[in-house]
Design a protein around this ligand. Structure first.
Ligand SMILES: Nc1ncnc2c1ncn2[C@@H]1O[C@H](COP(=O)(O)OP(=O)(O)OP(=O)(O)O)[C@@H](O)[C@H]1O
Length: 253
């Protein structure tokens, strides 16, 4: 277990924002939180990051847990010259003690090695997010928290970003808490989905979620079908002529 929440409640100014949240984040697993605007997704991130204390309930973290945060957007004043190399070096002295992956390797892994000498404010939205992912790698994060990291990134960039996130999970064996609206893009690699609307409406593997009445009432039949169809396309392999490979199966048709 990397981090767990047990019956967490958050009330701010008399408003209940999160109620009865229980979850466990594990190494090697991507947990995706989905939910409508105002559902409490960012608040949940803040509780996980330890920057917001719950009104009640318990948050437990593995001893020495290192969390890295990738925000929705990242603004840096254009008058402040800071290269990608310098930005990633900031976390080096401490991280080096933990046999960190070098800056160049991390940038290569997130496919932005060509940006190493660029100024942060010269980067595109997609490049910025990939530099932030590289930072999480150099920091040797045990848990990476990403709050809608693909906002403002074009579709190809989004797909690449989500592929990189699952590749980092596979290589670094870290846990990932991902907030996303891009259901069809994130679901293939998600191990666990939490549907949030102030409380957890339903949770589980994407395939089981798509059949859950709570999911359907929150996101609509169309989203549920998208999820189901998506998994149909990914639970078997085709031969070149389109026939299904032996031993594979179609769970949805
Ligand atoms: N510091 C605060 N003070 C008062 N209300 C707050 C505070 N932070 C969040 N809220 C309220 O809590 C609710 C949940 O906010 P939160 O930002 O966690 O939602 P979200 O699911 O991330 O939304 P979105 O998808 O729109 O980004 C909203 O109604 C918001 O107005």
């Amino acid at each position: 277990m990397l981090l767990s929440m047990d019956d967490v409640n958050v009330r701010i100014g008399g408003q209940t924002i999160l109620s009865n949240i229980s979850l466990t984040l594990e190494a090697d697993r991507i947990t995706t939180v989905i939910g409508p605007n105002g559902a409490g997704k960012t608040t949940l991130c803040k509780v996980a990051l330890g920057i917001l204390q719950p009104t009640s309930g318990r948050v437990q973290k593995a001893p020495g847990l290192r969390i890295s945060y990738v925000p929705q957007r990242f603004h840096i004043d254009s008058s402040m010259p800071l290269t990608v190399r310098d930005f990633l070096s900031v976390s080096l002295p401490f991280a080096r003690k933990r046999r960190l992956l070098g800056i160049a390797e991390a940038l290569e892994l997130t496919e932005v090695e060509h940006c190493i000498d660029k100024n942060l404010h010269q980067l595109s939205g997609g490049e910025t997010q990939r530099v932030l992912l590289a930072r999480a790698i150099t920091q040797q994060a045990d848990l990476i928290v990403l709050d809608e990291p693909a906002q403002g990134v074009d579709v190809n960039g989004q797909e690449l970003l989500y592929k990189l996130i699952s590749r980092i999970r596979d290589i670094r064996h870290c846990g990932i808490l991902l907030i996303s609206h891009d259901l069809h893009l994130v679901m293939a690699d998600t191990d666990n989905v939490l549907c949030l609307n102030g409380h957890i409406c339903c949770a589980g593997h994407p395939e089981s979620i798509s059949n859950d009445p709570a999911f359907v009432s929150l996101f609509g039949r169309r989203a549920a079908d998208t999820l189901a169809i998506y998994h149909h396309h990914h639970d078997h392999h085709h031969h070149a002529d389109g026939t299904v490979a032996e031993g594979d199966h179609c769970s949805n048709s």
